[in-house]
Write a protein that binds this ligand. Structure first.
Ligand SMILES: [Zn+2]
Length: 254
């Protein structure tokens, strides 16, 4: 990542020389991660998978002159779909557990595996609107001090900068392919993708503040169950709960 706070620039850079030769995917390494860090990373995984799965298909893009001219991110494709859908399924099944219980190594391991699978998916399909918005959000919101992270500087965790726009982004893209949006929601364990993402996002903040042993999981609380998408008022209220801080929506320059 390239992050230059005084220039308000944050972006990803990639080169084949930057690729690691090995990766260690070991849930024991995540045992001491604060819940907020697991939540942010897990929400990022879910967005990687959803964006890859719902990227403009490679068959609808301009055909390159030769295979060598095909860009690294070439849009949704059948191979990436396999990985993206599996990562969505794992996100739906294991993210809440991984956030709520540091000793749940099965859930933390499954989310690390989901991160790897989603990486294979977006490695060829690419990501789109939520990630495109995430970099300016992270670049401009340097007043935000998230819980669970080192307190020596302000920043917006990547997963949070992605998830805050994801529900609206997928409402925007829904009409491009309703059936695929439905499949993405179902892979994640829901029926409506924006609503399912909002619930995951809101559960993340509520899990942090409650006594986890004595209260029901948020999505199982009948009082919170909704049969339709939240209205504008609910959506407006959900925002500050997620990105709490003086900078939320208030940076004049951005
Ligand atoms: Zn990401």
């Amino acid at each position: 990542m390239l992050d230059i706070p005084d220039r308000r620039v944050k972006t990803g850079i990639s080169h084949r020389y930057l690729r690691p030769a090995q990766a260690i995917v070991d849930p024991d390494l995540a045992r001491t991660l604060p819940a907020e860090v697991v939540a942010s990373a897990g929400l990022d995984v879910v967005c990687h998978a959803a964006e890859s799965f719902l990227a403009k298909p490679y068959t609808e893009r301009e055909k390159p002159a030769s295979p060598g001219d095909r860009p690294p991110y070439q849009g949704a494709n059948p191979v990436a779909d396999v990985w993206s859908q599996k990562a969505l399924e794992y996100g739906g099944r294991f993210l809440r557990r991984a956030v709520e219980n540091a000793d749940d190594l099965q859930a933390r391991g499954a989310m690390m595996l989901a991160a790897s699978m989603a990486g294979v998916g977006f490695g060829s399909a690419g990501v789109h609107i939520p990630h495109a918005f995430a970099y300016p959000i992270a670049g401009l919101k340097h007043e935000y001090r998230p819980r669970g992270y080192p307190e020596d500087h302000a920043f917006v965790p990547h997963g949070i900068s992605v998830i805050v726009t994801a529900p609206a982004a997928f409402e925007f893209t829904f009409s491009s392919d309703p059936e695929r949006h439905q499949r993405a929601a179902e892979s994640l364990g829901g029926t409506d993708l924006p609503e399912t993402l909002r619930e995951l996002m809101n559960d993340r903040t509520q899990a942090r503040d409650r006594d986890r042993r004595h209260r029901p999981r948020t999505t199982k609380d009948p009082a919170r169950r909704r049969s339709s998408r939240p209205g504008p008022e609910e959506s407006r209220l959900a925002g500050p709960a997620v990105l709490r801080g003086p900078a939320c929506g208030g940076a004049g320059s951005g």
